[in-house]
Design a binder for this molecule. Sequence first.
Ligand SMILES: [Zn+2]
Ligand SMILES: [Zn+2]
Length: 335
Amino acid sequence: MTRTTPPRPYDVEALFPALAEYRRTATRLHPRPGDPKSRDSSVAGPMLWPADEPWPECTAVHPKETGHLLADVRRARRIHAASEGRQKTEEETALLATLQAGSHDLAIGDADPIPMLAVAQLWARDIPDLAGPEGHDLLQIFWCPFEVHGPDRSVDVFLKWRRSDDIGAVLGEQPEPVVVGSPECVPQPCEVHPEQITEHEYLGLLPEDLRESIAEWEEELLDENEEEAEADFPTEYAGGLSLAPGWKVGGFATWHLTDPRPVDCAVCGTSMPPLLTAHYVEWDPASESWAPREDVRPDLFRHVITPTGVYLGRGSLRIHTCPADPFHPHRLSFQ
Ligand SMILES: [Zn+2]
Ligand SMILES: [Zn+2]
């Protein structure tokens, strides 16, 4: 099923023609729990991975004994999904309590390598904003299921760009970590429903005069709609007009929790736009106008609003790649 983002409540470029210079496209992935196949674009679906190539591993030391068993994370999610929209039974509540992190007797040590999690497989044919190296039509994204790596103490992401024609025999059973640092690192397998939309630069990165014009216009709107203003801000540039929430490829980065920070390539200095944004919610009350028409279904709350179950940083992880050479090392940013 396709997903259709409704038109923005206001045409910002008609209101502020100077915004045309700050326009960029993004492809919303619209992940929804499902059963993706290895030839599909997906979140956490099976990868089209060559049988003769080693699966990516993390070799950092992690406190594995006190992590969550991946099987328990999945079991807890099945209980949540089955009980959606109703009170959980005593039995379900008791079972969920036993599926928390604990001390596990594992056959692996803290320093033993673990397979990375398959996070996303993205085909250029499905995702118009997937800007990769020339001739490469497939991107495979992995991360370690423990969050703390290196001096930044952050997630370790691995990107693999491929020419799909070069893939011979495909790996059958794919390795998985037995244990993960937190359930929020584990993406739920989702089919994606890519849709290209238009975004505009984050408010705080626009020139000052443009920012001021937008602020004046927003104030006028609030004066006109005093009652609505109390409830939420459906007309606000930041929430409703400029940047789409949820998982997306391309577009702009929001910096609403920190000051904007430049993300430049460590090799060539080129400014790196976000390639993938993994945002916890597909929309929230402040960004509700981005809810696709097909999904206005309150009975499907968890599957639609937080389909992937991933919560990194303070809700949003971004993978930035170098537009001059996508093989230059990627960088991450968080909000
Ligand atoms: Zn790791
Ligand atoms: Zn570069």
